[in-house]
Design a binder for this molecule. Structure first.
Ligand code: AMP
Ligand code: MG
Length: 401
C-alpha cells in the first residue's frame, strides 16, 4: 500500500499533454485549452477615449482662475470622431467612449460646466489627461493576454473577442474511455432483480468527464467475464488516451479487471492508503493511461476528483490547478480509528464566525447521497484522531468542471 501523496505524484508525473492542436471559432471554445499564449494584436482600448460624458478641451485654454468660455464646435457620441485638430478656444461635446480628438487633452464632466447655445463655461483647475482613458490602458499591443494552458472561461472568450479574434488555437480533447464492470450491475430503465444495482458509476463519471471537457468513449457495461473485459480493454487501449474502469480491482473472486490489465498492459500500483478508495489500479494499457476505480459509487467519484481529474487536466494541456483548500471549523464530533487518509463528504457554510463544515451524515462508500449533498471533502490525516466541535480541519472544495 502506498500513501495518497505518493500515488498522486506518480499519477501526475508521467502524464503528458496531447500534442495535436486545432483551430476553433471563439464561440465554440468554451472549456477548451489554449495551445499557445495569446498576444494582443493591438492596444485595448485602441485609441484615447473619454471616460465621462462632458466636454473635450485644451487645458492650456483654461484661465488659472475664474471661468473660461469656449466655443462648442462638434458633438461626438461614442463611435464618432473629429478628424480635425481642436483649435484654441474650442471645445467638443463628447460622450463616454468617444475618441479624443487631436489637440484635446482633457474632458470636463458635464456636471461642472454651463452650456449656453454653442458656448460652454468651464471652471478653472483643469489638469491635462483628466477623464481620458489612454490607448493601451487595459492591454498593450504585444502583451501576453492569456497563457498557454489557459482553460477558456466565459470572460476569456469575451476578452479574445475584444481583441478581434474570431478563431483560436486549442489542444484537441483527449479521448477518455469509460467502462463499468460487474455481474450485478444493470443499465437504468429496467426493473431490478434482488441483488442488482443500477450503473450509477458510468452516469456520474460520464457527466464529470463531460463537464471537464474531454471526449467520452463509452465502452458500456460488461459482466465479470475475462473475454468481455479483455475485449473492452483492448478497444480502450487502442482508441483512447485514457481508460477509466469501475469495479473489479479489489481482492474478490470476480475482480478480474486487475488480472486482465496485467495481461494486456501493466499495473504501476493498486492500493492506496486512502478512504474511500483503497483499491484502485493505475497503469498503462496500449497507448492509454489506465485508471481502475473502485466499484463503490462514492469511492469512484472521490478517486476521480482527487487523482484522475488532475491527471486529465494535464493531459488536456491545462495549467495545473491546485486543489482549492482552506481551513474550516468542524461542527460535530468524530473518532477516526484507521491509518488511511480520510476524505469525508461535507457541507461547508459561510457564517459570521468564518467558514464551518459538517459531514453529510453516514459516510459509507456505497451511500451516494453523502456525495450528492456535499460541496467539500473534509481532509483528515492518516493518523487516528478525535475531532470535537470547533476544531480546525482542512477542506477541499469539490470542483465539478
Ligand atoms: P467491486 O469493486 O466490483 O467489488 O464493487 C464494489 C461495490 O460497488 C459493489 O457493491 C458493487 O455492486 C458496486 N458497484 C460496482 N460497479 C458499480 C456501478 N457501475 N454502479 C453502481 N455500483 C457499482
Ligand atoms: Mg465487481
Amino acid at each position: 500500500m502506498i500513501s495518497f501523496e505518493e500515488a498522486y505524484s506518480r499519477v501526475l508525473a508521467d502524464t503528458r499533454p496531447v500534442t495535436e492542436v486545432m483551430s476553433l471559432p471563439v464561440e465554440a471554445a468554451l472549456g477548451r485549452v489554449l495551445s499557445a499564449p495569446v498576444l494582443a494584436p493591438a492596444h485595448v482600448p485602441n485609441h484615447d477615449n473619454s471616460a465621462m460624458d462632458g466636454y473635450g478641451i485644451r487645458c492650456a485654454d483654461i484661465a488659472a482662475e475664474g471661468v473660461t468660455t469656449l466655443t462648442v464646435v462638434a458633438d461626438l457620441p461614442a463611435g464618432d470622431r473629429l478628424e480635425r485638430t481642436l483649435g484654441a478656444g474650442e471645445a467638443v461635446r463628447i460622450m463616454t467612449g468617444a475618441p479624443i480628438p487631436p489637440g484635446c487633452d482633457g474632458v470636463v464632466m458635464q456636471e461642472l460646466v454651463q452650456r449656453n447655445g454653442d458656448r460652454v463655461v468651464v471652471p478653472a483647475g483643469r489638469k491635462p489627461g483628466e477623464n481620458i482613458r489612454p490607448a493601451g490602458e487595459d492591454i498593450r499591443a504585444g502583451a501576453e493576454v492569456l497563457p498557454k494552458g489557459c482553460r477558456l472561461r466565459p470572460a476569456h472568450l469575451g476578452l479574445l473577442t475584444s481583441l478581434g479574434f474570431a478563431t483560436i488555437e486549442v489542444f484537441r480533447k483527449p479521448v477518455v474511455a469509460l467502462l463499468s464492470t460487474g455481474n450485478e450491475v444493470v443499465e437504468p430503465g429496467r426493473s431490478l432483480l434482488p441483488g442488482q444495482v443500477y450503473d450509477s458509476n458510468r452516469s456520474g463519471l460520464r457527466a464529470a468527464l463531460q463537464a471537464l471537457g474531454v471526449e467520452v468513449l463509452d465502452l458500456g457495461l460488461v459482466r465479470d467475464d475475462r473475454a468481455a473485459i479483455a475485449a473492452a480493454l483492448a478497444r480502450g487501449g487502442a482508441e483512447a488516451d485514457a481508460v477509466i474502469t469501475t469495479g473489479g480491482v479489489s481482492v474478490g473472486d470476480h475482480d478480474l479487471v486487475k488480472e486482465m490489465l496485467e495481461g494486456q498492459g501493466s499495473i504501476h500500483f493498486w492500493q492506496v492508503a486512502m478512504k474511500p478508495g483503497k483499491p484502485q489500479a493505475y497503469g498503462q494499457l496500449g497507448r492509454a493511461r489506465f485508471f481502475g476505480l473502485p466499484g463503490n459509487p462514492v469511492s469512484g467519484l472521490v478517486v476521480f476528483l482527487l487523482m484522475v481529474r488532475p491527471a486529465l487536466l494535464r493531459m488536456m494541456g491545462a495549467l495545473d490547478e491546485p486543489p482549492r483548500k482552506m481551513r474550516a471549523l468542524f461542527r460535530g464530533t468524530l473518532h477516526k480509528k484507521h491509518n488511511r487518509k480520510d476524505f469525508l463528504r461535507g457541507v461547508a457554510h459561510f457564517g459570521a464566525e468564518g467558514v464551518w463544515v459538517e459531514t453529510t451524515g453516514p459516510q459509507g462508500s456505497g451511500i451516494l447521497t453523502s456525495f450528492a449533498r456535499a460541496n467539500v471533502l473534509i481532509l483528515l490525516p492518516e493518523e487516528p484522531l478525535r475531532l470535537v466541535d470547533g476544531d480546525l480541519v482542512w477542506i477541499q472544495w469539490i470542483d465539478h468542471d
